[in-house]
Design a protein around this ligand. Structure first.
Ligand SMILES: Cc1ncc(COP(=O)(O)O)c(C=O)c1O
Length: 509
């Protein structure tokens, strides 16, 4: 009989949370897989091993039982413990690069997704689109979360429909009717994990790899990610002062399968799409059987003029898939949003989704339905409209007063951000990327407009979020920015800023 193997060299960690029998089993498993304990190796008896390791015999026997069950060990006719002959090839000898530090092998689609370089979630008062949550009614929200989950209905815990909680769907339909003037039934609504989740599913549902999609140029980079992950071919279509240039889209990609637009408040430029363009877009989409996604983010915050009707409300053929989100009117980490579309689309969407991720987490859905039913969302929205309008005005005033020769505010009647376009003089001095880089060195983080282009940028500017900008900070911050990148005025004025809130619309590129 060959010599029986001891475990005397094994290191036992008595401070570890991993029980001793699992440590012994892991040591032997690893040794077998690496060929240190080849098939046929016999171990010392359990009493001797227990003595060597300073543990009880039961611990060793429990480890043996586990390895018998997993097929690593067998017992000999004479009752010894022996390494089984496992057909699996030996694991390669350890390589110089530990597996964790090797790049994961991924699909080409995933690689192109990671190749889209863009910074997200940076902490700055100027982060575009970040809402202020300091006055969010957390007390009501937590009461409703508690209340919803104290006595949940069994059905809600076990089997939530993939379309979302029926009560939330119905509250969303009411909300859209009263806040957005969009008439829809609860059956046309699906709850999603925000706009990003909605886009991920819709692009996989609508597109085959290689299909062309019109995206706005400049546009919402994050929308491009989900489309890229679905294998779409992105076709940038320019935006002018009337919104997406439909004729250019037709020229560049007449065979497109999907169009993604932000008609009420184009991201990032802020322009709203004119009626003629909307009709042109719908007409072309209808004639060519192309889906249109309307991302209606932020339209709840209209600071000037009256609310613009949604593209979906013009749609007679169920062509438009409308996206809304609670990321701005509540907070992004909720990951709750919704789709409104024709019932056939909703049906196909929900059935397919039920096979992939089932549904959006139910935790917040019921609480949100109650939050809306009790009127807290509308109250919060009304209060935040006033807050954001004041912040927007303070920012526009500060830009007009401190950088009149450098920046021109583009359309900024909706939302939580505005674009300050570079004047020709400013553009002659530096690019927006250079401006953002020098500002960042001084601790001021502003997004360069050019980051939102897929192709060569045709405009230069800075994207200022103001959702989290305190009114009193606007002038001092703009004075610092002017001192760093401005052409003339170096100091903040002591007199109140000259107000010029009439917003100029941008000219076509
Ligand atoms: C154009 C646009 N759409 C939608 C969203 C919201 O995305 P989500 O609902 O995934 O948070 C944002 C957020 O910044 C946005 O800028």
């Amino acid at each position: 009989m060959s010599k029986r193997v001891s475990l005397a060299g094994m290191h036992i960690d008595r401070t570890s949370a991993v029980p001793l029998h699992l440590q012994i089993a892991a040591h032997i498993r690893e040794g077998i897989l690496r060929g240190v304990f080849p098939a046929g190796t016999q171990f010392l008896g359990s009493r001797e091993i227990a003595r060597e390791l300073g543990c009880s015999r039961t611990v060793v026997l429990t480890a043996w039982d586990l390895l018998y069950a997993e097929g690593y060990l067998v017992s000999t006719p004479r009752g010894s413990v022996m390494v089984a002959s496992v057909a699996a090839p030996h694991v390669a000898p350890p390589s110089a690069t530990p597996p964790a530090s090797r790049p994961a092998r991924t699909s080409e689609r995933w690689q192109s997704l990671l190749g889209l370089d863009y910074e997200t979630n940076w902490p700055s008062v100027f982060a575009p689109g970040a809402p202020d949550i300091s006055t969010f009614p957390f007390r009501e929200w937590s009461r409703l979360l508690r209340q919803s989950w104290q006595n949940p209905r069994e059905q809600e815990c076990l089997d939530l429909p993939s379309e979302g909680h029926p009560r939330l769907r119905s509250e969303i339909a009411n909300f859209l009717g009263s806040v957005r003037g969009l008439v829809c039934s609860p059956e046309e609504v699906v709850v999603t994990s925000g706009t990003s989740g909605a886009l991920d599913f819709c692009s996989r549902m609508i597109l085959d790899p290689g299909d062309e999609v019109w995206v706005e140029e400049p546009g919402f980079i994050e929308a491009r990610w989900a489309l890229t992950a679905a294998g779409a071919k992105l076709v940038p279509v320019p935006v002018d002062d009337k919104g997406l240039v439909v004729s250019e889209g037709i020229r560049r990609a007449p065979g497109a399968r999907l169009i993604v637009v932000t008609p009420s408040h184009q991201y990032p430029l802020g322009v709203s799409m004119g009626l003629e363009r909307r009709l042109e877009l719908l007409d072309w989409a209808n004639r060519n059987d192309v889906w249109v996604i309307e991302d209606d983010y932020n339209s709840e915050f209209r600071h000037q003029d009256s609310m613009i009707a949604s593209l979906r409300s013009l749609d007679r053929e169920g062509r438009v898939i409308y996206f809304g989100t609670f990321s701005k009117i509540m907070m992004p980490s909720l990951r709750l949003g919704y789709i409104v579309a024709n019932r056939n689309f909703i049906d196909g969407f929900s059935k397919g989704r039920a096979r992939i991720d089932v549904h959006t987490s139910g935790i917040g859905q019921l609480a949100l339905a109650e939050f809306m039913r009790e009127g807290h969302l509308l109250r919060h929205l009304r209060a935040m409209r006033r807050v954001y309008a004041a912040r927007r005005n303070a920012l526009i005033d500060a830009i007009a007063a401190l950088m009149p020769d450098d920046l021109t505010v583009s359309s900024a009647v909706t939302g939580l951000h505005l674009v300050a376009l570079f004047t020709d003089a400013m553009q002659a001095r530096m690019s927006d990327g250079e401006a953002a880089a020098v500002l960042k060195q001084s601790g001021i983080h502003v997004q360069p407009l050019s980051q939102n282009f897929l192709e060569q940028p045709t405009r230069q500017g800075l994207v200022f979020g103001y959702g989290r900008l305190q009114v009193e900070d606007a002038t001092p911050l703009l004075a610092r920015i002017a001192a760093i990148i401005g052409s003339g005025r170096r100091n903040a004025p002591s007199a109140p800023a000259i107000c010029s809130r009439t917003v100029r619309t941008i000219k076509g590129s």
